[in-house]
Design a protein around this ligand. Structure first.
Ligand SMILES: [Zn+2]
Length: 342
């Protein structure tokens, strides 16, 4: 399997994270990149250091104001006297109050959904590199049939103009746009991260050329709470082009794979030119912030289903947090995918 990645991924390494009233260790650490990269290297996959495709492919998904803020925020830190290793706000715009302010603190709250996405010295380089890795993989996929983008930080909670849920730039959506341009479309996205792919849904909600399918834990009592319900099916030109399959917490292999099968049947009916899989491993039974009980065998079965579903498949790394099972689940997924393709 071709694996694209960016060494700049490690330049964003947040430490603390405000969770349920306490500051805890940030789950989305740079070591995720190192661990996943080491695992695919040791498994013998071909690693490709991503090329720089520039800012234009990012502008296909994100607003200029969103990109400008995260590109320049650290350089503007002098606007916030006493700032330490990172810039973060505790103030957020709401549907009832959403004028865009000028000052840095207010802008951060305008372009963020929560406190999980601090800006540090290397944040822009890391998120830019992560997005570039997704683009490099998208460029390789039409010819090679499959590729895996080792994206870190992840992306599927980022909207066109909002970061959140550890995500700044939506790597999956950026890759889908790239594939749409390369293939003529349409493109389908299957998100199997344990969390709903709310940013990806939001980006394509009004469009009919990208089908978005997400299998995730019921948001009624799980992040991202405010989106991911079965009744959200798209609007306007995108009416019917969004499928959410929320499942109860504690869901194991059987029901999870059935839901993925349902998603893949919808995708087959859509007849996409390419399939992008938002590949989170936090559905694992061992994930520290997960809610499902998916085993390594479950991930292998998902890989076989995805491999059989389409001839042009781009795998984009999303969530999956530090635990002993994490690198093994990635390696097992890629191995099962490749064996199914032989
Ligand atoms: Zn997740």
């Amino acid at each position: 399997m071709l694996v694209t990645h960016s060494p700049a991924s490690v330049l964003h390494d947040p430490t603390g994270y405000f969770r349920r009233g306490r500051t805890v260790e940030h789950p989305e650490q740079a070591s995720r990149y190192r661990i996943l990269r080491t695992a695919v290297e040791e498994a013998g996959h071909a690693l490709l250091d991503t090329a720089d495709h520039g800012i234009e492919p990012l502008r296909a998904v994100h607003t200029d104001s969103h990109l400008d803020l995260f590109r320049t925020a650290w350089d503007r830190k002098a606007e916030l006297p006493g700032i330490g290793e990172e810039i973060l706000t505790g103030h957020f715009s709401r549907p009832q109050m959403h004028a865009r302010p000028e000052g840095l603190l207010g802008l951060l709250g305008y372009h963020m959904a929560d406190t999980s996405t601090p800006v540090r010295a290397g944040t822009w380089e890391a998120i830019y590199g992560s997005a570039q890795a997704a683009i490099s993989a998208a460029d390789a996929v039409p010819e090679r049939g499959a590729a895996y983008a080792l994206c870190r930080p992840p992306g599927h909670h980022a909207y066109a103009d909002s970061a959140g849920g550890f995500c700044f730039l939506n790597n999956t959506a950026i890759a889908a746009e790239r594939l749409l341009a390369r293939t003529g479309g349409p493109v389908a996205i299957l998100d199997i991260d344990v969390h709903h792919g709310n940013g990806t849904q939001g980006i394509f909600y009004g469009r009919g050329d990208v089908l978005t399918v997400s299998v995730h834990a019921d948001p009624a009592n799980y992040f991202p709470f405010y989106a991911g319900y079965a009744g959200e099916t798209g609007e306007g030109a995108g009416a019917g082009a969004n499928l959410n399959i929320p499942l109860p917490q504690g869901t194991g292999d059987g029901a999870w794979l059935e839901a993925i099968g349902e998603g893949l049947r919808r995708i087959a009916a859509f007849r996409p030119a390419a399939l992008v899989v938002a590949l989170g491993f936090d559905a694992s039974e061992h994930d520290p912030i997960g809610a499902f009980k998916v085993t390594t065998a479950g991930f292998e079965a998902a890989a076989r289903a995805v491999a059989a579903a389409h001839g042009t498949v781009l795998l984009v790394q999303e969530g999956g947090y530090l635990c002993e099972a994490l690198p093994g689940n990635l390696v097992a997924f890629l191995r099962a995918f490749e064996e199914a393709r032989r």
